[in-house]
Each structure stands twice: as C-alpha cells, then as structure tokens.
Design a protein. Sequence first.
Length: 119
Amino acid sequence: MTIQVNGESIFTKETANVKMAEVIECPDCAFEFGVIHEQSDRKGLYTCPNCEAANYEALYLQQQKEIREAADLHLKAILELQRIQSLVSKVDDSVHRPIGVALVELEEKFQKIHDEWSK
Ligand SMILES: [Zn+2]
C-alpha cells in the first residue's frame, strides 16, 4: 500500500512485492526500468519514462516562454499605439479612428494570450 506525502504516493520495499526482474538501462540517461515495460504497440522497443518526462517538461517550458514573449510583444504594440493615438488625436481624426480600432483588436488579442498564459 502507498501513503500520501505532499501529494506523492510513496511506498517502501517492505510494503511492496519484491520480484526478480530483468532490468534495462536507458542509453541516454542511465534510468533503469523493467524490460516488461516495452511499448505496448511495438514489442521489443522501449521509450525511457525519465527522458519522456524531461522532454515534456522542456516542451512545456518552451511553450510558456513563447506565450510570454507574444504577450510582451502585444503589450509593447498596445503601448506604442496608445502613444501614437495621443499624438494624432489633436491633429487628424481620420487617422485617430483606425488607430482606435487597431488598439481594441490588439487589446482583445492580448487578453486572450494573457488568459492562456495564466491558466
Ligand atoms: Zn532516459
């Protein structure tokens, strides 16, 4: 039986079934696991659970970085457009209005990216 410690299910050798098993070592990271854990659809082939987890982690971090960069770019564009809008508003209403439309669109996009980011 496992016990819960800080959201982790842990157990000791004494409380688990100890079996004699053939163990395979990942050639990339040296993580060891039972040869019984071959790919279900491709017999005799293995994917390392440790490398898989590391790949997912790296992918997740990269996605988070890209979302943050996109949010930063949108925010910069919004601030720049607001600055231009304030300069133009006194001079030319025909330019001021399309800038206002673009600003609303950018702010909506920024909100979507921000919502995605803070999930
Ligand atoms: Zn590995």
